[in-house]
Design a protein around this ligand. Sequence first.
Ligand code: PEP
Ligand code: MG
Length: 835
Amino acid sequence: MTATQPLELLAPLSGVLLALDKVPDPVFSSRLIGDGLCIDPTSQTLCAPLAGVISNIQDSGHALSITADNGVQVLLHIGLDTVNLAGQGFTRRVQEGQRVEAGQALVEFDADYVALNARSLLTLMLVVSGEPFTVLATDLVQTGQPLMQLSPAPSAQALDEEAGDALFSKPVTLPNANGLHARPAGVFAQAAKGFTASIYLHKQTQSANAKSLVAIMALQTMQGDSLQVSAAGEDAEAAINVLAALLADGCGEAVTRTAEPVATVSSTTLLRGVCASPGSAFGQVVQVTEPELNIAETGAGEALERAALARGLRTATEALQAQAAGGVQADIFRAHQQLLEDPTLLDQAHGLLAEGKSAAFAWNRATVATAKLFQGSGNALLAERAADLADVGQRVLKLILGIADSAWDLPERAILIAEQLTPSQTAGLDTRKVLGFVTVGGGATSHVAILARALGLPAICGVSAQVLGLANGKQVLLDADKGELHLDPDLADIEQREAARQQQALRHQRDVAQAFLPATTRDGHHIEVTANVASLQEVEQSLSLGGEGVGLLRSEFLYLDRNRAPSPDEQAATYTAIARALGGERNLVVRTLDVGGDKPLAYVPMEAETNPFLGLRGIRLCLERPHLLREQFRAILASAGFARLHIMLPMVSLLSELHLARAMLEEEALALGLTELPKLGIMVEVPSAALMADVFAPHVDFFSIGTNDLTQYTLAMDRDHPRLASQADSFHPAVLRLIDATVKAAHAHGKWVGVCGALASEALAVPVLIGLGVDELSVSVPLIPSIKANVRERDLADCQLIARQVLGLEEAGQVREALRLYHAAAVETLPVVEH
Ligand code: PEP
Ligand code: MG
């Protein structure tokens, strides 16, 4: 066969053919792993769709891939969530590395057992090497009938032959600390798909289809690799220029540019990462490593091993309960407890115990497999929860193996360096000795980052693995705000930063001491400062920091770690506990589920969408699934009477959405026998809601402006786009004008307006928001004292002046500059504060 000959793939099963979009699992329907087809099987033997070598087969037999001689790789995956069956119901007929013929039997499965015990029998056939294909069949298919026709990627030899026609970029030295892993590879493949040319990425003698995420990841690139892009076709030249520049820039990741030779191994003076928790610290390197654990596979008898697992789980649960009762971010440890009770995880471990495996082996295998599944889900939030599962997995494993979790013996002024810290390790850090930490893994939204912020510890993550080679005791400067670790810091620089840090700390101390003073401007105008929360624990923390209520309860975050929906009683108990904590005199604004966009929720499966931010998000999804909204309304209504209850609808763009939701709320309240409805308001986060605020105003009790989304929808810039981050700025006059329009319309109808987007938590924005007439600032919990102090330093009249001025500016940068100047002038006129 020559490289360009089409290749026919046979149906691996008999059954009903479905498009991938119909698969109720975003991992597959989003095509993250690869494009392909789905079959709802009527036969029970999975056969090879093409000849090749079994390049991978899961021990459990539910998934395998075949690689043909010309590089085409096809993944076959039987059922959804079948990994949890740990091999039960599957019989493998082939081994990894074995050559198979098209049509050969690969795996037999018990369709009844799988259908009863897994989420679905739907079976996927995905072309993970990325070749385009046409489908040759419709509806019903029989095993062995032609199903797809592919145009395979050219072989290495063919690439050489074609090279005459193709253009090649100059070699690019890969700057990414961890090579082209999923995220940068995804950015690169996405960019490549924007060109019609056929494009390849080359590493030495290997080549990958640049439009295939999996093919790029399979190249296993590393920092410092020399890569080239080739392209053949109409827009080849443009493709080469754009893609080579993208590679050199890190494909959306913060990188040390290789053009500036700061980061060679011997002469590195600076390592970069991503800010996980702000601040800076000067201290000494302390490398923390975890010992290797010795896990025997075979057990000493099922009963003994079952008892060992049960003991480990019980002791871990008790320890987690103690941590949740006293420590920071208790909800994280409660979530860990729930992971220990997860029935799929336990079933998997027990299945392995029944096969004679040891408790340690069974538990480890179950947690590692599930964590991998989370990681590969294509869902950023779930992927970060994989770290929690690994953490709680290790905790139990050590208990089973009888390994004491010795507290680290740390020197003073320690800057911890680790491959990855776990949430338990982070929560247990002695902040008298630890000044900050740096990790190779992790992300800015991980629980470790949340804990670091709660502890006030500066931290950066995603740093090159080079950091693991730094000598213990080396003096370094961690500038987490900039995401930098300085290995050879300048003394004057350190002193300057230290002075700034001390001033900041003193100011913070003063703000916390005065946190219970009202947020009233010097000329007597009161602003309500409330909290953005996602748990009861944050509500309690906000009250201890002078919070005047809850301006935004992000209800979708209450049950983030769940695979199943919480029961109605459980939901009602959560809202009631939060309302009780606030008491009858404070506002509680509960936002109904804002799922979709960047916030998938494991127990609300959704079909993949081309533009999720413009799709079924927030109130749109809830109106499509009214049972979800009605159930949530009932649970929220259970808390009526314990606090001043407000219900808020997210992502409203049409008046009809408000009317529909209000009608449902009224019906549910009536059914519960409530005579008084809670206040009902909407988030203003879509330009149409801001522009039509005068039309909405008679029908709502309040507005709360979500500047995060309002900015992305006003400027048409994805709020998570790595390359647009600096431009998608809520200080843009267009966003401020929409806030202005909303406030004017609301006040004309006697309704109040809050801002709950991140703009409200920005010190620089406080005067402009006061000046525009915003009544409430709902802010991130730790910032409550400083935002209240900020308000107390203002004059309403001055704020109105500066607000009018900035509305007339051209861009966000000018607004920020004007506000900085205003701030500096205002600070100069402030009375000197006694400490
Ligand atoms: C917003 O969009 O500003 C907002 C507060 O909602 P979220 O960030 O949860 O989308
Ligand atoms: Mg929003």
